[in-house]
Design a protein around this ligand. Structure first.
Ligand code: T3D
Length: 263
């Protein structure tokens, strides 16, 4: 498939998705969602891919839903935003959370509305220092979506999640890092170098172990301690049967760097 609203490339085991509508700060349209679904399908079908990176073209990461994508005034019947959540946003967030690979968000500029929550649902978020995160929904009379009401309180706690969602205030990347909302805020000029280095290092890592770590940590937000201990037992069983575990131990004993193959 050729893409018009995203760029998709694979190199060195890393699939990079660039949201590519810079004139409107990479706002989502139905077409962009369809292209993203296609890209994630391609990723799931390509065993050479061991890490995914999402970023934005131009000065923004993503400004959320394209508010000009639909004829709000002349639709002739009440608009069903639940339909677009079901068809587009919910599927996108599940594609990221359920993908058995690490997904990095490189937040190169403002991330607003569903764009902010797209980033926050990625496994590791790095942001340029000039970037801001905005739960913009309240400014137009909506409710945070794209998993925002799930992920925000888990990342920053109830009080900060409420404040961000009810005010729609912009949160600078440095504060987002201090609050534990993202992994790291970097100098603008070094963002892509840092992200590329991280992506390549994850792509050269023990992919099964990394995907099981993702499953365990994501499950912990709804599990009891007993269930989480059981899950750790089950996942460790799987990790212990991988070639990469054997290689990791061998390399340690032989005092050399491991050569992980993602199996
Ligand atoms: O189905 C559904 O739709 C439900 C799902 C909803 C999910 C959501 O994400 S709802 C939230 C939608 N997003 C927003 O409300 C954010 C709107 N944008 C902004 O508040 C501001 O643009 C920013 C704070 C993100 C950035 O401000 P600034 O001053 O840096 O840039 P700007 O001048 O506002 O925007 C630059 C251009 O991008 C401008 O176009 P122009 O004037 O140069 O022709 C602006 O209209 C356009 N743009 C920015 N955001 C959007 C957009 N166009 C369409 N949709 C946008 N979301």
């Amino acid at each position: 498939m050729s893409y018009e609203t995203i760029l998709y490339e694979v190199a060195d085991g890393v699939a990079t998705i660039t949201l590519n509508r810079p004139d409107v700060l990479n706002a989502f349209t139905g077409q962009m969602h369809a292209e993203l679904r296609n890209a994630f399908k391609a990723i799931r079908g390509d065993e050479s891919i061991r890490c995914v990176m999402i970023t934005g073209a131009g000065r923004a990461f993503c400004a959320g839903a394209d508010l000009a994508d639909r004829d709000l005034a002349g639709a002739g019947m009440p608009l069903d935003l639940g339909h677009t959540l079901e068809r587009d946003y919910n599927r996108l967030i599940k594609a990221i959370r359920n993908l058995e690979l690490p997904v990095i968000a490189a937040v190169n500029g403002v991330a607003a509305g569903a764009g902010a929550n797209l980033a926050l649902n990625c496994d590791i978020v790095l942001a340029a220092r000039s970037a801001t995160f905005i739960q913009a929904f309240v400014k137009i009379g909506l409710v945070p979506d794209a998993g925002g009401t799930y992920i925000l309180p888990r990342l920053v706690g109830h009080a900060r999640a409420m404040g961000l969602a009810m005010t729609g205030d912009a949160l600078p990347a440095d504060t987002a890092e201090q609050w534990g909302m993202i992994w790291k805020s970097t100098d603008d000029e070094s963002l892509m170098d840092e992200v590329n280095a991280l992506a390549r290092s994850l792509a050269a890592g023990p992919t099964r172990s990394i995907s099981l770590i993702k499953r365990a940590i994501n499950a912990s937000s709804t599990n009891t301690l007993d269930r989480q201990l059981d899950l750790e037992r089950d996942l460790q069983r799987l990790a212990g049967r991988t070639e990469d575990f054997m290689e990791g131990v061998r390399a340690f004993l032989e005092k050399r760097a491991p050569n992980f193959r993602g199996r």
